[in-house]
Design a protein around this ligand. Structure first.
Ligand code: IPM
Ligand code: MN
Length: 348
C-alpha cells in the first residue's frame, strides 16, 4: 500500500519498550520504497484493564480491523489474574481476526551462541495453528475447590481448520529449497485429532508431490530439536504443541530475545499481527534491558507480508550484521542502543 495503516498495541511491560524500537526500524526500512506509515496506538493491556475493566471491546476490534497490519509488543501482567489478558485480549485478537497461521521461524544466525554444542545449520519455520486446539476455551470445571473437582480442557480440531493450515504449511515448504514438511502431533494417544491431522497431511500432500513429508510425536520432536535441529525445514503442528515447540526453538537459536512471530490471516479478510514470541517480562520492565531484536525481526515479517520483500530483507540483513558483531561489542547494550544501531544499519 502507498500508505500503510498500522495498528500499534504496545501492551504491557517490555512490550512498550521493544515496540518503540521496532517502529524506528520500520520507518527507516520504508524510506525510498514509496510507502509511508501512519500509526494508531491502542491502549490495551493491564493499564486499561485496571482503569476500566476492559480487555478488548467490540469498538477496539472494529477500529483495529480498519488497519493493514498490527504490531504488538507483549501482553500480561502479574497484577492481573492469569488468563484475563491472555484470553480476553491476545487470543481474542488471534481468533477474531482469524490468524490461523502462527508463523515462527527458528533460525540460528551466524555469530549467535546456541546452548547446543553442535547445532549445525538451524533454519526452520514452525507453522503453528492459531485458532483451534486447546486454546479455544471449550472446557469447563465443576465442583471447583472441592476434592471432587473435575476440570476439562477440550482440544477442538476441525477438518476445515486443520486443512487450511496444513495447506499453508505445504505451500511454504514447496517454496523453500529443502521442501520438507514435518507434522508434529501425538497420534498414538490423541487418536481423534491425531488421525485427522495425519489424514489431512496425506491428502494435501497429493497437491504438493515435490514436498517430502515426515511425522514425529511431539515428545520425540523435542529430542530432535536439541540433538539434530538441522533435520527440520517446515514443522506444522497444533496450537499448544506449537506454543511449546517455539519456545524450545527460541532457546536453541539464541534465546527468546531474538524470536519473531507472525499471526497471519492468509485470506486477508482481516489484518495480520506481528509480535515477538516473548512476553511482557515484568522482572526487567522499565529498565531498558529488553532486546528489541525479536520485535525488529517481526517487523521484517510484517514488511514481507505486506508485499515489501526488499524492505524486509534489509531489516533482516541489518539484524544479521548486528548479531554477527555482537560478540565484539564488549558490553551489554540497552534496548534503545540496539534499536538505534539496527535503524542506522537499515538506513544504510
Ligand atoms: C505466545 C504466548 C501466548 C500463547 C500466551 C501469552 C497466551 O505464550 O504467544 O506464545 O500461549 O500463545
Ligand atoms: Mn508461548
Amino acid at each position: 500500500p502507498p500508505s500503510l495503516r498500522l495498528a500499534v498495541v504496545p501492551g504491557d511491560g517490555i512490550g512498550t519498550e521493544v515496540v518503540e524500537q521496532g517502529l524506528l526500524v520500520l520507518e527507516q526500512a520504508l524510506r525510498g520504497t514509496g510507502t509511508t506509515v501512519t500509526t494508531t496506538d491502542f491502549d490495551l493491556g493491564a493499564r486499561r484493564w485496571h482503569a476500566t475493566g476492559q480487555t478488548l471491546t467490540d469498538e477496539d476490534l472494529a477500529a483495529i480491523r480498519g488497519h493493514d497490519a498490527i504490531l504488538l509488543g507483549a501482553i500480561g501482567d502479574p497484577g492481573v489474574p492469569s488468563g484475563v489478558l491472555e484470553r480476553g485480549l491476545l487470543l481474542r485478537l488471534r481468533f477474531a481476526l482469524d490468524h490461523y497461521v502462527n508463523l515462527r521461524p527458528g533460525k540460528l544466525f551466524p555469530g549467535v551462541t546456541s546452548p547446543l554444542a553442535a547445532p549445525g545449520e538451524v533454519d526452520f519455520v514452525v507453522v503453528r495453528e492459531g485458532t483451534e486446539g486447546p486454546y479455544v476455551g471449550n472446557g469447563g470445571a465443576i465442583r471447583v475447590g472441592t476434592p471432587h473437582e473435575v476440570a476439562n480442557e477440550v482440544s477442538v480440531n476441525t477438518a476445515f481448520g486443520v486443512e487450511r493450515v496444513v495447506r499453508d504449511a505445504f505451500a511454504r515448504a514447496a517454496a523453500r529449497p529443502r521442501k520438507k514438511l514435518t507434522l508434529v502431533h501425538k497420534h498414538n494417544v490423541l487418536v481423534h485429532a491425531g488421525h485427522l491431522w495425519r489424514r489431512t497431511v496425506d491428502a494435501v500432500n497429493a497437491e504438493f508431490p515435490d514436498v517430502t513429508v515426515d511425522y514425529l510425536h511431539v515428545d520425540a520432536a523435542t529430542i530432535f530439536l536439541v540433538t539434530n535441529p538441522s533435520r527440520f525445514d517446515v514443522i506444522v503442528t497444533d496450537n499448544l504443541f506449537g506454543d511449546i515447540l517455539t519456545d524450545l526453538a527460541a532457546a536453541i537459536t539464541g534465546g527468546i530475545g531474538l524470536a519473531a512471530s507472525a499471526n497471519i490471516n492468509p485470506d486477508r479478510t482481516a489484518p495480520s499481527m506481528f509480535e515477538p514470541v516473548h512476553g511482557s517480562a515484568p522482572d526487567i520492565a522499565g529498565q531498558g534491558k529488553a532486546d528489541p531484536t525479536a520485535t525488529v525481526l517481526s517487523v521484517a515479517m510484517l514488511l514481507d507480508h505486506l508485499g515489501l520483500p526488499d524492505a524486509a530483507a534489509r531489516v533482516e540483513a541489518a539484524v544479521a550484521a548486528d548479531l554477527a558483531e555482537r560478540g565484539t561489542a564488549g558490553r551489554v547494550r540497552s534496548t534503545a542502543e540496539v534499536g538505534a544501531e539496527l535503524a542506522a544499519r537499515v538506513a544504510g
